[in-house]
Structures are given as C-alpha cells and as structure tokens.
Design a protein around this ligand. Structure first.
Ligand SMILES: [Zn+2]
Length: 309
C-alpha cells in the first residue's frame, strides 16, 4: 500500500480563501452572510471566510454579529492589531509590536473563546522582516497584499499574498484570479474590506453585483470539484502542518510526525491518500470511520496516529 500526505485537505487540486479586514462593517457583513447562506441553500457549497479584526473597532453589537456568523460556520477570526495604527516594521520598537501581537490575540480570544486566532493580517502602516520575526512568536502566518496565487512549498508564511478587491474591478477580474488559482493548482486568497454599491466607498471595496457573480462562479467551480473553499485560518493550519509533517508506517499503523511544534496544530487533521481498491476502516482515538475507495485511492483524515483495517 502506498501512503501520502495530500497537499490540500480532501486531496483537492486547488483552494481558495475569502478574507475580510477590520471587522467593523456591519451592513456589509450581513450582506456576505446572506450571500453565503443563499449559495449554501442553492448549491450545498459552504463558503467560510476569515475576518481579521482590529480589537478597538469592536463593539458589543459587532461582537454579537460575529459570534452568530462563527456559530453558523461562515466565518472564523484572525488578528488585525489593537488599534490599526501600528506599523509592523523597524519604525516600531520590538517590545511594542510584541505587546500588540499578544494583546490582539488575547483580546480576540476573550470575545470568541472557541477561536484559535492563529493568523494575523498586518494593518496598512508598513511591514518588514523585523515585523515578520515578531509575529512568528505568536502566529502561524501573516497575510499581506501582492496579487499572487500562493504555491505550497514556496510560501513565505509571514507575507502570504492576496488579491485585493477594489471598486474598479469587474466580475471578470475576480473570476480570472479564481481561474488562475485553479490553473496553477495553488492557493488563492482574496482581500476584502466591504461590499457596497456606494461610489464614495472606493477604498478596497467590492461592488455588490461583482461579489454575487463571483460567489456564484466560485460555487460552480467547487461543485465541479475544481477547487475547495477554505477559510484563511483553516488553510494555514492544514498547509503548515502538511509542510512540516512526514508519515511513519508500521504494520497497520499510520503516524504523523510534525516537526513544527505549535498548540494550534495539535488537533488539525491531515488527509492521507492510501492506495487501495477496497474501502478501509480507519480508527483514531477509539473512533472508527469507514472510508470508501475511489479510483484506487482511499482518503482518510488523521490527526496523529491511526490504525487501518
Ligand atoms: Zn485594515
């Protein structure tokens, strides 16, 4: 039997993450929730986005909205600094950056206790190597701009590239980025702020109709098996663990050895592809799952150690 850790969850060919910054756009967030729900109802495709929140931008009303969005499975949360005014670069003393990174994580965990807050999006005020080094201590990845499709094995984890939504972009621009992600077998990340039709909101906004059309196009590609939707946090957790792990096979036991020690990764399952024409029973922690065989391959989700029958 051959075994391999899949590059992406569920052995997908490509993945795509929607990300939203700041966490303070109430109406726009409601709109995205309606849109994600409609897509789910009509196609069965569930889109889960990551919102990076600035702590001081939150209010009891916003926190309630986000708690409901998290509970419904449409969002998870990343850090986006305490005040949005900090530069993660040599302009700021390291101790100040460390305090901001830590306080952001702790405050957001206070608002949303079941969230990991394993990733960060640096706010717009500058970013360099010293900023990246500081973030490493607290987070597994940092999202920046850059317009590229990310390719596993070549990702700079503290400067993950993203395609920026802007008011003057057409639906075809968004579709092109998704198509390019599929074509490259990569990880597409889109950076959004708010969704609107108001012409005065030009800063990093996406027009409503382009968002609706993009989501419809994306859901169709997902339904056709071309790409997998994953939140930014989920994608980082999977990709970082997969990149740092090797498989140890002994008799009917599979063991994942992960070189990167992080409490964020302890419960993350990797998809293992096993050559087999027959379905296999995979048991981990006393729970047995019957995994079917498709085209001579069985896919099994394993966190640490499992037995195969
Ligand atoms: Zn921001």
């Amino acid at each position: 039997m051959g075994f391999k850790i899949c590059k992406y969850k569920d052995n997908a060919d490509a993945i795509f993450s929607f990300t939203f910054d700041d966490g303070c756009y109430y109406d726009s967030t409601l709109f995205t929730l309606e849109q994600f729900e409609k897509i789910y109802r009509e196609t069965g495709v569930k889109i889960k986005a990551t919102v990076a929140q600035t702590v001081n931008f939150q209010s009891p009303v916003l926190i309630e909205l986000w708690r409901s969005a998290i509970e419904r499975g449409y969002y998870d949360v990343a850090g986006h600094s305490m005040t949005h005014c900090i530069s993660y670069s040599e302009k700021t003393p390291v101790e100040e950056m460390r305090a901001d990174a830590k306080d952001t994580q702790e405050s957001l965990k206070g608002f949303y206790p079941n969230q990991k807050i394993a990733t960060f999006f640096t706010p717009g005020g500058g970013f360099d190597k010293i900023g990246a080094e500081t973030l490493k201590e607290f987070y597994l990845a940092n999202r920046t701009a850059g317009e590229q499709v990310n390719i596993p094995g070549k990702i700079d984890w503290y400067s993950v590239s993203s395609f920026t939504a802007k008011m003057d972009r057409n639906t075809s621009d968004f579709i092109e980025y998704i198509d390019s992600t599929i074509e490259k077998g990569g990880w597409g990340v889109q950076m959004n702020h708010w969704i609107t039709e108001k012409q005065e909101d030009v800063f990093h906004s996406q027009r409503k109709h382009t968002f609706i059309e993009e989501c419809e196009y994306f859901a169709k590609a997902v339904a056709e098996g071309k790409i997998l939707p994953q939140s930014f946090e989920e994608a980082v957790l999977y990709l970082r663990k997969a990149e740092e792990s090797s498989l140890e096979i002994e008799g009917n036991k599979i063991k994942i050895n992960c070189k990167l020690e992080s409490p964020f990764l302890d419960d993350v399952a990797l998809t293992i592809a096993i050559d087999s024409d027959k379905p296999l029973k995979i048991t981990e922690n006393g729970i047995t799952t019957l995994c079917p065989s498709k085209n001579g391959i069985v896919l099994a989700d394993v966190v640490k150690e499992a037995t195969i029958e």
